[in-house]
Each structure stands twice: as C-alpha cells, then as structure tokens.
Design a protein around this ligand. Structure first.
Ligand code: ZN
Length: 62
C-alpha cells in the first residue's frame, strides 16, 4: 500500500509540473496588454511601481 501511494505521488508531481508549464496566469503584459502564459511570464521589479509583468520576448532592456 505504501509503495502504491509512492508511485501515485510521483505521477501526480510529474503531471502537476507539466500543467504548470502551460498554466495561463492572470498577469497582463505591460507591453501588449495580453494575458501571459506561465511559460512566457517575466516578472520585472520597477522602482516605485512594484512588480510588472511581460512576455519574455516582449521585454527589452532600455
Ligand atoms: Zn506581451
């Protein structure tokens, strides 16, 4: 029974990880205004503003 539980837990963790990759967050990209998938999420700390969020390929420095 313990062994069965262990296997189940491992399978669950693996599934959860895969789900996380494609998870749609409720963050909105500062640049394009579209919702950001977790895979694409880039949190950026802005002085005086707190956190802002970008698609990884929409954030440019400078
Ligand atoms: Zn964007």
């Amino acid at each position: 029974m313990a062994k069965k539980g262990e296997l189940s837990k491992t399978a669950r963790a693996s599934l959860a990880q895969r789900d996380d990759v494609n998870f749609a967050t409720n963050r909105i990209c500062e640049k394009c205004g579209e919702p950001i998938m977790l895979k694409e999420l880039l949190p950026v700390k802005v002085m005086g503003q707190g956190m802002t969020y970008y698609h990884k390929n929409h954030f440019t420095i400078g």
